[in-house]
Design a protein around this ligand. Sequence first.
Ligand code: HPA
Ligand code: ZN
Length: 326
Amino acid sequence: ERLPELLRRMPKAELHIHIEGSLEPELMFEMAQRNRVALPYASVDDLRRAYDFSNLQSFLDIYYAGAGVLITERDFFDMAWAYLQKARADHVLHTEIFFDPQTHTARGVSMETVVNGLHRACEQARAQLGVNASLILCFLRHLSEEDAFQTLEQAMPFRDRFIGVGLDSSEVGHPPEKFAKVFARCRELGLHLVAHAGEEGPPAYVWTALDVLKVERIDHGVQSSKDPALMKRLAQDRIPLTVCPLSNLKLCVFPRLQDHNLGQLLDAGLVATVNSDDPAYFGGYMNDNFLRTFEATGLTAAHAHRLAVNSFEASFIGAAEKRKYR
Ligand code: HPA
Ligand code: ZN
């Protein structure tokens, strides 16, 4: 079988997707119209032209502005449903979806509206698409730990509708340890723990995500290759990295896709995975990430198989379920 066909068709899990980052410009304009929200762009093309980023912050500014069109439960449902259909088309059997409630509650949209809309799409995906989808609540790290605690409090009535918590937004200057107390509380609650670290930030942030927050996975983590002791730790403890190659390219973490270190991480024995991050903004869903990265870096069918296996190993599905995907 040709490598592109193998990449397209192989069953896979997605573990790093921000649902707000799956909102395509066309749907964003539709929601802006039906909710009577003004967008600072004249057209879909005008908006797409703004997707020319120099770093993480230049993306986040536009991403948070775009999320301003999401008002009703139907909006959250429609956004997630559109993503889940793309996931099915890319042979994603299992997906763990990040959402950023603070982006919405700060605008007066209730936690209930956000969670119910997303949850309903996840339920429908299981029933109609055969895609297993769960939610992970992310705290925005540019906000305070107290704000994160309030968000956790607001989410507690919906505790059974998300499987874990994460940490995202502006990394540099907001190290993981800023959220030590709220992650300790989430751990007591039995939530799964993940955090973005080592996307733009230093290896030191990956260390504290592991040792202070006690996360089970690192989101991105590509800067880890600068620290041999950290590479050893990640390999020995089988800490997964949810790598997002097209995101790294668009946010200038690597100058060119052929410079990406995914192959280096895999060859060092790390449990690296491929994910889309914010597919509507970064130019591709799962299979686009696989195909373009393999094309640019010359990874092999053995790497493809390893990435598929890693994606299920790194997931939070139960041990019994997991054996089915091996
Ligand atoms: N990094 C940090 N925060 C984010 C990202 C990301 O890649 N995508 C959406 N929020
Ligand atoms: Zn991310």
